[in-house]
Design a protein around this ligand. Sequence first.
Ligand SMILES: [Mg+2]
Length: 83
Amino acid sequence: MKKQYEPQTIEQALGYLIEECGEVCAAAGKTLRWGPQSVNPELSREEQETNAECLWREMRDLSGAIARMRKFIANEETNGGWS
Ligand SMILES: [Mg+2]
């Protein structure tokens, strides 16, 4: 993630977590609907990736979002906020 997009607050981290959950759902739905080797025909060849590649990429993004949220929650727990 580019530094300027890094969540600065727990609310931003939660928003990022929600976004990535949605992106995993969309990628999983397309993989199930169209198959793991299918690509979006509306994209240029340079932009195309298979549904399986997209799903793995979004799962990695979600793992990062979970890790960031865990850090914010750990900090909030020491302050008594999210425990
Ligand atoms: Mg993503």
